[in-house]
Design a protein around this ligand. Structure first.
Ligand SMILES: Nc1ncnc2c1ncn2[C@@H]1O[C@H](COP(=O)(O)OP(=O)(O)OP(=O)(O)O)[C@@H](O)[C@H]1O
Ligand SMILES: [Mg+2]
Length: 512
């Protein structure tokens, strides 16, 4: 049976044709993946299905009946739910309270007490293998658990069709497996799942059907068993994609960053970093591997001059012999250090500013953007156009729209272009540089990172993608409980089996 039928759906934003005459059938009781490059129109299409956006033209049929949904509220009533990439939960409330919040029936159920509802929620959760304590405070949950709450919230509202927009980007490998088990269980119960992801391995692992979008159009829909990873890559990008970029050997120079015996305790006395030591040379990429939450964000914040209130640190971090600890971000920046933060929407960009404003954000004093006594707007525009071309940022440069009008992956490319382009750069710190980025763009970004390395810049790469760390870094430190006990050279990992196993054991992960 057909859960959703879309016919000739089109949607424009100004001159951008985000969805162009899209026709698609989504079968009930299946997991339907949607893939496509950044800006292809995936989020737009699912927001139309969910009633968040209304199409300029086209028709939608839901379980055999024509519908016109003009708000998420209507979509929920019709049995469609969506989990957004940024969760919308209230940290101070419990799981059960969050799930009940905003649901009209909660008032009817209230006399039965929250205890009852909580038991129901726990029952539904167990049924689909999603372990969760309904009385836990949402603020204390891991990202994976928060996502479970979002899914349970939809099930509690009797959603028959669940839309998940890039749900795995923020999950650890174990959490991804748990999510997929839950999705399979929902499918067995007759629910329909629409899944957007950039990870083609995941598409092959979990979906029954896969649709490919390219530049606003739906270019193919196939049963998943009939396609390979490279078929999908080819359909998405329209050319062959190198699934692993060629990495020529580096020629490292002097030591640029030297971290020695770094130890940090938070305000509550908990150890966040413990006697951490490593060094990075010019023209070398040092990778930090490990499960998130083992000190990655503390290390990066500290090197960037941001320290949580009450954090007490000892040890040293020297850039060309100059101490970074205790300096402000501005001072550190003027020494030739730059970084790409993990949470780019919060720290990397100003969504309401235009692309060119974001492109020079924090760099506006540089000589290249000035002419005579004034600001050179033409120069800035030329520079932006050049970066948009080099990084293949999909946008309308003539209109120079606010950054919020760019798709997620394209916003990411703006931050990268800006930070890699800084003059006088000595050390670049990258946190999850390709999260949410499509495979074609990953190739571009990896090539840019290697080019930057070969300009003699020292780089610190923190990534949850083990493949990415192995592909780019020359040495890898495994961060566990705030310290690096073992360091591997990538050559070692690629060559000897035993070392590879040792490496995997060290960080508790598997190389795919
Ligand atoms: N609110 C908006 N205003 C202007 N343009 C928009 C808006 N939302 C999306 N667009 C444009 O529509 C196109 C499709 O965007 P969409 O977010 O659907 O892409 P996507 O396939 O989800 O990409 P990504 O993988 O990067 O998330 C892009 O060119 C984007 O710039
Ligand atoms: Mg999107």
């Amino acid at each position: 049976m057909e859960a959703i039928v879309l016919e000739n759906i089109s949607k424009r934003f100004g001159t951008v044709r985000a969805n162009r005459e899209i026709s698609l059938v989504i079968h009930k009781g299946g997991i339907h993946a949607i893939v496509g490059e950044n800006g292809a129109g995936k989020s737009t299409l699912t927001k139309i299905i969910y009633g968040m956006l209304s199409p300029d033209s086209g028709r939608m049929t839901l379980m055999g009946r024509p519908v016109r949904l003009s708000s998420p509220r209507q979509a929920i009533q019709a049995g469609i739910g969506m989990v957004h990439q940024h969760f919308m939960l209230i940290p101070d409330l419990t799981v059960a309270e969050n799930i009940m919040l905003g649901d009209e029936r909660s008032r009817i159920f209230a006399p039965l007490g929250i205890e009852n509802t909580a038991r129901n929620i726990a029952g539904v959760a167990e049924e689909h293998g999603m372990h969760i304590d309904p009385f836990a405070r949402v603020g204390d949950l891991s990202v994976g658990e928060e996502q479970r709450v979002e899914i349970l919230k939809l099930l509690y509202r009797n959603a028959e069709i669940l839309i998940l927009d890039e749900p795995t980007a923020v999950l650890t490998p174990t959490e991804v497996s748990q999510l997929f088990d839950a999705l399979r269980s929902l499918r067995a119960a007759g629910k329909t799942v629409i899944l957007i992801t950039h990870k083609l391995d995941e598409v092959l692992r979990v979906s029954d059907t896969v649709s490919v979008m390219r530049r606003g159009r739906m270019v193919a829909t196939r049963p998943t068993p009939e396609v390979t990873k490279s078929d999908l890559a080819q359909l998405m990008v329209g050319r062959n994609v190198l699934l692993r970029v060629r990495n020529p050997p580096e020629t490292p120079g002097r030591t640029v960053l030297e971290v020695r015996g770094l130890t940090c305790r938070d305000a509550r006395g908990g150890t966040r970093l413990s006697n951490l030591s490593f060094h990075i040379r010019a023209g070398e990429i040092y990778g930090i591997a490990g499960v998130e939450g083992n000190g990655q964000s503390e290390l990066l914040s500290l090197l960037w001059g941001m320290r949580d209130e009450g954090m007490i640190c000892s040890g040293s971090a020297l850039l060309d012999g100059v101490s970074l600890l205790g300096k402000t971000p501005a001072e550190i920046g003027s020494l030739g250090v730059s970084h790409i933060p993990e949470d780019r929407l919060r720290h990397g960009v100003v969504p309401a500013y235009t692309i060119s404003e974001n492109m020079i954000f924090g760099r506006h004093r540089e000589k290249m953007f000035h002419r005579f006594a004034g600001f050179d707007t033409n120069g800035v525009d030329d520079y932006t156009r050049e970066m948009v071309r080099r990084y293949d940022i999909r946008c309308d440069t003539e209109a120079d729209p606010p950054l919020s009008g760019l798709s997620g992956g394209n916003q990411q490319k703006v931050v990268l272009a800006r930070e890699i382009g800084r003059p006088g750069l000595k050390l670049l710190m990258l946190a999850q540089p390709t999260r949410g980025v499509d495979i074609g763009a990953i190739e571009t970004i990896h090539r840019k990172i290697l080019e930057t390395r070969d300009r003699g810049i020292a780089m610190l790469l923190v990534s949850a993608e083990l493949d990415e760390i192995v592909a780019l870094s020359s040495r890898i430190g495994c961060l566990y409980k705030g310290t690096i006990r073992h360091e591997f050279s990538t050559g070692e990992i690629r060559e000897g089996r035993s070392r590879e196993q040792e490496f995997q054991k060290e960080i508790g992960l598997h190389i795919t």
